[in-house]
Design a protein. Sequence first.
Length: 95
Amino acid sequence: MICAICLFIAIIIYPSGFDDETIRLVCGQNVNDFNIDTCQMRWAYILAIIAFCNILILSMLAFLLGLKQPNVETMRKQIHQKHIVSKYGELNEAF
């Protein structure tokens, strides 16, 4: 979630540098924070927005799935119902 917050801040801050003098020399004199005149917003910025959405969704999904984990005792009962242990170690029940 911290990664999503940092990426969101970077996505918001990035266009604020468009009204710099160097950008005006390259893109034209009508450049401001929301209009980049003759220049274009290319694929890297759009991928950053998609990555932000991806991080946000996956972090929420991981958190929700972490809450839904079964109880440890329930898992032990399901796994060890037919589990056989001899003096030589555990027996593999697959064969």
